[in-house]
Design a protein around this ligand. Structure first.
Ligand code: MRU
Length: 368
């Protein structure tokens, strides 16, 4: 995707120094575009845990490269066991996004297929790159499937802009490229369809305000920032044609874990007869978990609610406290939208209703 008219992915191996992994430090956006280098496992864990990188697909890709960085420094005699330990540390860095463990398991499994430390490292490096490439390609493909839905809405509106509401950032910043919720929007723009995006600010971390609005602006997609509480009102007024969100983990029965507040948007969409779609590459499916209530929900520090960061009048980054001293805050990061509120899941293989049978028909090899 474009930043100041230059193409970037969100993660890549440094060309000149292939033992270093480059990421965009998303904590600095939209005010500063800072490329950070990860050189070891601890860097990768910190980047995921402290949200230098975030979003399901990018967390998975960072985990893949984190395993590569770990592999470079493992004791040869104890390689396999230490690789598993590195994977456990990564898995603990953020609990909800399914892509994390999926990527770690994939690396451990390819490493076990070859012998000799040099061969293993080379194989792990290839697989980390494949995970990243596949993430970008699957998002591109799901964008094409989502395009058909937007096209139909556009035709019904005789070409007037299709108003799409999204929550959090499931854009290219949350993946390696394209994004999940945004991929159909970019595909629609490329097909000459007029779109406009309502961007939820997404308290407390403000991924919508800081990341989605900036990302869409870089791509010249018309968008308007709204408070998290405004979506229902806009839907009642007829100002929303569809909702597209991402997901951090979706069960094989179609329950969707996504950024806190998604469930309320789905309820409002249902009440107003507005289609509510979830876009995801298949790496985000949890093929072992049936019920959304069994998905681990990350709880983050309450200071993310009691404090807020931004630019000072003099242009320097600053953090201020909103609340009275001693205010107790509870900060769940995700919620679960039950499958019955989801109109469809937009995947790299097509759009499917959110139920066990339809999902299994689209991904028959994943049947448990
Ligand atoms: O806490 P984050 O920023 O890592 O949360 C992830 C998200 O941005 C959203 O929930 C997103 O819609 C799903 S990730 C593609």
């Amino acid at each position: 995707m474009q930043i100041n008219n230059q193409h970037y992915r969100t993660i890549w191996l440094d060309q000149d120094s292939p033992k270093e992994v480059c990421i965009i430090d998303q904590r600095q956006l939209p005010h500063k575009f800072v490329i950070e280098k990860l050189v070891n496992l601890d860097d990768a864990i910190t980047a995921i845990k402290d949200m230098h990188v975030r979003g399901a697909g990018l967390i998975g890709a960072t985990a893949g490269y984190g395993m590569y960085l770990a592999a470079l420094n493992l004791v040869p005699e104890n390689f396999d066991q230490e690789l598993e330990e590195a994977g456990e540390l990564l898995n603990r860095s953020r609990p909800t996004a399914k892509n994390l463990k999926w990527a770690v398991d994939r690396i451990i499994s390819v490493s076990a297929e070859v012998t000799g430390v040099e061969n293993k490292i080379e194989r792990i490096k290839e697989e980390a790159a494949a995970i990243a490439d596949e993430d970008a390609e699957f998002c591109r493909r799901l964008g094409q499937h989502g395009l058909a839905i937007i096209k139909e809405l556009s035709e019904k509106k005789n070409g007037a802009p299709v108003n799409i509401l999204t929550h959090c950032n499931a854009g290219w910043l949350a993946f390696v490229d394209y994004g999940s919720a945004t991929a159909p929007i970019y595909a629609a723009r490329d097909a000459g369809i007029a779109v406009h995006v309502w961007v939820d600010e997404t308290r407390p971390w403000n991924q919508g305000a800081k990341l989605t609005a900036w990302e869409l602006q870089q791509e010249n997609i018309p968008n308007t920032l709204i408070t998290d509480n405004a979506g229902g009102h806009l839907m009642q007024r007829g100002d929303v044609d569809m909702v597209i969100v991402g997901t951090d983990r979706t069960t094989y029965t179609g329950d969707v874990a996504n950024k806190i507040g998604t469930y309320l948007k789905a309820l409002a969409a249902k009440d107003n007869n507005i289609p509510f779609y979830v876009a995801l590459p298949s790496s985000t499916f949890d093929w072992q978990t049936a019920k959304g209530s069994d998905i681990p929900i990350e709880e983050r520090d309450g200071t993310e609610i009691t404090m807020v960061s931004g630019l000072d009048r003099d242009g320097s980054q600053t953090t201020v406290t909103l609340t009275a001293p001693g205010t107790h805050a509870l900060n769940y990061s995700f919620d679960v939208t039950p499958a019955r509120l989801v109109t469809g899941l937009i995947t790299e293989r097509g759009v499917t209703p959110a139920n066990e049978q339809s999902i299994a028909e689209l991904f028959p090899e994943k049947r448990t």
